[in-house]
Ligand binder design. Structure first.
Ligand SMILES: Cc1cc2nc3c(=O)[nH]c(=O)nc-3n(C[C@H](O)[C@H](O)[C@H](O)COP(=O)(O)OP(=O)(O)OC[C@H]3O[C@@H](n4cnc5c(N)ncnc54)[C@H](O)[C@@H]3O)c2cc1C
Length: 216
């Protein structure tokens, strides 16, 4: 089966292109595991790359934040952006510093944002909560109109996105395989710790299962 090709010249992976993918299921899988992205944009000739939360619904990636955020104001004005998501899977310990690297899954999305308004905004904000803590929205009050008004939501199409996946053991120079230095992969994974109750939590409230059983 032939793999989908890059959706545009500027999103085509050139360096180590065999690690590239462009199919929607690879894009979705990485976005759905990520909680954080980095948003690149230019303000008055100066590039900025700002970390922020990300959630995906269907064919769009969403970011949100304060109505007065410089980043969000520039994005809703249609300024071009680049959103990057990185999942770090391991440190690749090769037999030389040159060939040592990282295992990762990353997505780069190019395009301009679109402001989300009306009922859709509530749906997206709930999706952010559910993305971080599945099951949470059923337990908490609905957002107040004032809170919704203070929040800007922007969406980006996934039509111009690329994936790069680096996995597996080190790839060393032929002669380096004789080396006595250890080589391999140190796996890395983001993992939830034990929940810490708020000091002001009513003592009668147990940790809900959706918190204690949260996967990462
Ligand atoms: C955790 C991590 C660590 C890395 N460490 C290094 C490092 O130390 N040195 C290094 O040179 N590279 C590293 N990379 C790879 C790096 O992201 C670039 O792919 C690489 O540097 C080539 O850059 P380029 O601009 O020449 O890419 P090109 O192949 O010219 O980029 C063309 C287009 O391909 C797409 N693209 C490029 N990179 C990615 C990507 N990672 N994911 C999805 N789409 C992409 C973009 O749309 C880009 O516009 C790392 C990546 C990750 C995720």
């Amino acid at each position: 089966m032939t793999r989908p090709s890059a959706p545009s010249a500027r999103s085509k992976v050139r360096r180590v292109r065999e690690l590239a993918r462009y199919d929607r299921s690879s894009i979705n899988a990485i976005l759905d595991e990520a909680t954080v992205c980095h948003v690149g944009f230019v303000d008055d000739g100066q590039p900025f790359v700002i970390p922020t939360a990300i959630a995906r619904i269907d064919d769009h990636a969403y970011i949100h934040g304060s109505r007065v955020s410089r980043m969000l104001q520039l994005l809703v004005a249609g300024n071009p952006a680049c959103i990057t998501v990185t999942l770090l899977d391991g440190i690749v310990v090769a037999r030389s510093a040159f060939n040592s690297s990282m295992n990762y899954r990353s997505v780069v999305i190019l395009g301009s944002g679109e402001k989300v308004i009306g009922e859709d905004k509530k749906i997206v904000l709930d999706a952010f909560t559910e993305h971080l803590i599945p099951g949470r929205t059923a337990d908490i009050r609905a957002s107040r109109p004032k809170e919704l008004a203070a929040t800007t939501v922007v969406r980006f199409s996934l039509d111009e996105a690329s994936v790069k996946i680096s996995e597996g053991p080190p790839s060393d120079e032929k002669s380096d395989y004789e080396s006595d230095a250890w080589a391999g992969v140190i796996p890395l994974r983001l993992k939830s710790g034990k929940p810490q109750p708020d000091p002001r939590l009513k003592s009668s409230i147990p940790v809900p299962t959706y918190i204690s059983k949260r996967k990462t």
